[in-house]
Design a protein around this ligand. Structure first.
Ligand code: ADE
Ligand code: ZN
Length: 336
């Protein structure tokens, strides 16, 4: 491994766009399917990994929801979160904001309380044992109705402190931001931070909708903003963070190859771009592999890597004091 890759691996990082179900390892999927008696069409790690071959967002989501269907009890959720947080520790991801999607498990009779008990335990251990910082975001599934999302928001009321914000994921095209205006207004009134996937497969108008109708604090993906100069101007002026996921975009054919990815072009335009993994086990890499791929394929340099990492800490939902403490770690690393 060359020196730059070693340096990237050691760089303190924040991850702001991560679906916890997207970190489910193939070996864990098989183990939990067997344990919980869930019939899946795979019998080896290789056969699961062979299915990581997607044409678009929907073809990925079909496998992603099948994977999530093997989780049942508190211990399953504990190990899912622990596996991811162990990986964060290994990769110097010192802060992470994790999307949790309890609507996914409802058809299997899994209560929100069960999900959260497992996740909370793993997060508390990572904090105590390694000083890791993690926040959870309640992410809603946009292929379901707004009423179902509102019902989920109500049902987490007893667990309000577990979530810093709400988000919107799943099939983007055909489920525009305006479908969820009441949900976002209610979440805002309850003090949640607001994020939404927009402009991954959907057009720039979905990013406008996320800004003007949902009033989001951050946009997940947003890579299609470059098709609209006025939108780029707005995003730059307001420094709305975009949580970009390079390996995800290539695996889901948003860009043909990494060499075609617009991440550095977006950074050059003055957009507040961050690097994230989205669904790391399905897309061939966690944070380090995303940064390494930007170095290999786009020629990202140290200065750009530091800027991207600093953007991650600045765009987080931590307090100003906590952000400053983590940015000081990045500064110390850069100076060393
Ligand atoms: N859920 C998990 N990954 C997603 C993605 N990349 N886009 C939309 N919804 C998702
Ligand atoms: Zn995502």
């Amino acid at each position: 491994m060359n020196d730059f890759k070693q340096w990237l691996r050691a760089m303190p990082k924040a991850e702001l766009h991560l679906h916890i179900d997207g970190s489910l390892q193939a070996s864990r999927l098989l183990q939990l399917a067997a344990k919980n008696g869930v019939d899946i069409p795979y019998d080896s790690v290789e056969s699961v990994e062979q299915a990581y071959n997607f044409e678009d967002l929907q073809s990925f989501l079909d496998l992603y929801y099948l994977g999530a269907s093997v989780l049942r009890d508190e211990e399953d959720f504990y190990f899912l979160m622990k596996d991811y947080l162990d990986k964060c520790h290994e990769q110097n991801i010192i802060h992470t904001e994790i999307m949790v999607e309890p609507q996914t498990y409802l058809p299997y009779g899994v209560a929100v309380e069960t999900v959260l008990a497992g996740f909370r335990k793993a997060i508390a251990e990572a904090r105590e044992q390694n000083g890791q910082s993690a926040l959870m975001i309640l992410s809603m599934l946009r292929h379901l109705s707004e009423d179902e999302a509102l019902a989920m928001l109500d049902s987490v009321e007893p667990f309000r402190d577990d979530f810093v914000g709400i988000g919107l994921a799943s099939s983007e095209v055909g489920n525009p931001p305006e479908k969820f205006e009441r949900l976002y207004a209610k979440a805002k009134s309850l003090g949640y931070k607001l994020i939404a996937h927009a402009g991954e497969e959907g057009p720039p108008s979905y990013i406008w909708g996320a800004l003007d109708l949902l009033h989001v604090d951050r946009v997940d993906h947003g890579v299609r903003c470059v098709e609209d100069d006025v939108l780029v101007e707005r995003l730059v002026k307001e420094q709305i963070p975009l949580t970009v996921c390079p390996l995800s975009n290539v695996r889901l054919c948003v860009f043909d190859t990494m060499a075609d990815h617009n991440l550095l072009e977006m950074l050059d335009k003055g957009l507040c771009v961050t690097v994230n993994s989205d669904d790391p086990t399905y897309f061939g890499g966690f944070m380090n592999e995303n940064f390494e791929s930007l170095a290999d394929e786009l020629g990202m340099n140290k200065e750009q890597a530091l800027k991207l990492s600093a953007n991650g800490f600045k765009a987080s939902f931590l307090s100003d004091e906590a952000k400053a403490a983590l940015l000081a770690k990045l500064d110390a690393f850069a100076a060393a």
